[in-house]
Design a binder for this molecule. Structure first.
Ligand code: KG4
Ligand code: ZN
Length: 340
């Protein structure tokens, strides 16, 4: 089969986004995401509600992805789906759909590791950005993950550091919750931070191994600080919101940059690729751009729609595996935790 004839349908359902996408020769033809609004009322993802919403969304989302890509289901060469890690009830919806589709259409089934997909999203062809060169360091930062990975080839990856507790997105969201901001609060902290003084309130940076992360201490530090200040002045949050947000963001971004610098020092690699929803943060983007100038790094940030959870990245990995004939059995398991 020629590359131009390979159409991979990808499904992502590991958390609270039901997504489907079609990719052809590295080019995304459609990338549809149904974000589940229902969790906002609860201040976080409710697993049982997530799997139910996936059940409702998956068929319309796939229809829409095929319609936008302007292909028929008979044109699909292989079916790629997120095998893990993620919420089991959510993963199973995508897996069951994909297995039925692959069996019904008599096409290969390809299980994809969600974390690998966040990294390989950099190989989606776009006009804006080139793909990183091997070897590179990937920093995956989102509501569910914080990982430093040394990437030697498409499927040769080694986790060299990760969080011991919360993910970085949780640090943003939990801090935002303490400030009374709605979920997910990361984007709001970012917005307010841009109008505040980052040095006004110093927060501690947790001390763990050079390539490890820890964020639970920061959340506690923010909580105690706010409780103390609000006792003295009930309007403290409203009067200082921008400076508080700027200070929290500065602490987190500086901490991420420290870890990246440690990874560069340890590996000698200066190609840095980030991914995950927190890559949208203006602070980390600015810090990376500056590192290009001051430290001689080459940095890569995918388009926003390929940073957050999406199916285009799953289809991208599906295409790479299809070309290498790495297929899954029709009884492939789903994994809440999954290694590379
Ligand atoms: O990758 P993603 O869409 O979903 C997963 O968690 O896998 O990431 C969502 C996370 C949330 O924690 C959200 O608050 C955070 O990314 N986020 C941000 C920004 N945009 C999204 N955090 C800080 N600044 C932003 N601009
Ligand atoms: Zn993710």
């Amino acid at each position: 089969m020629k590359d131009k004839d390979i159409y991979i349908l990808g499904i992502e359902s590991s958390c609270d986004d039901t997504a489907a996408a079609v990719i052809n020769n590295g080019v995304v033809l459609s990338n549809v995401v149904a974000t589940q609004k229902i969790h906002e009322a609860y201040g976080g993802v409710v697993p049982e509600l997530a799997s139910r919403a996936h059940q409702q969304n998956i068929v319309p989302v796939v229809h829409e992805a095929l319609r936008i890509a302007n292909i028929d289901k008979k044109d699909v060469s292989a079916m790629a789906f997120t095998q893990g890690p993620g919420l089991m009830g959510s993963l199973l919806v995508g897996a069951s759909f994909s297995k039925s589709f692959a069996m019904g259409m008599d096409i290969p089934l390809i299980g994809v590791n969600h974390m690998q997909a966040h990294i390989l999203a950099h190989f989606i062809k776009t006009e804006e950005q080139k793909a990183p060169n091997f070897p590179f360091i990937a920093l995956t930062i989102s509501g569910g993950h914080t990982q430093l990975v040394k990437v030697t080839d498409y499927f040769e990856m080694e986790i060299i550091g990760e969080t011991l507790d919360d993910a970085v997105g949780e640090a943003f969201d939990k801090s935002a919750k303490i400030l009374g901001l709605p979920y997910p609060g990361g984007p709001l902290i970012d917005k307010y931070a841009q109008m505040g003084d980052p040095n006004r309130f110093p927060f501690p940076k947790p001390k763990v191994g050079p390539l490890q992360f820890s964020f639970s201490g920061l959340k506690t530090a923010v909580l105690y600080f706010i409780e103390k200040e609000v006792k003295a002045n009930p309007n403290f949050i409203e009067e200082n919101l921008y400076d508080i947000c700027a200070s929290i963001q500065y602490t987190i971004v500086d901490y991420l940059m420290d870890k990246l610098k440690n990874a560069v020092k340890k590996t000698g690699i200066r190609e840095i690729a980030i991914g995950g929803g927190v890559s949208a943060n203006s602070g980390i983007r600015k810090a990376l751009r500056e590192a290009e100038e001051t430290l001689g790094w080459k940095t890569y940030i995918p388009k926003f729609e390929y940073c957050t959870d999406n199916a285009a990245m799953i289809a991208m990995v599906g295409e790479l595996k299809f070309k290498q004939e790495i297929f899954s059995a029709s009884n492939a398991m789903s994994y809440a935790r999954m290694k590379f």
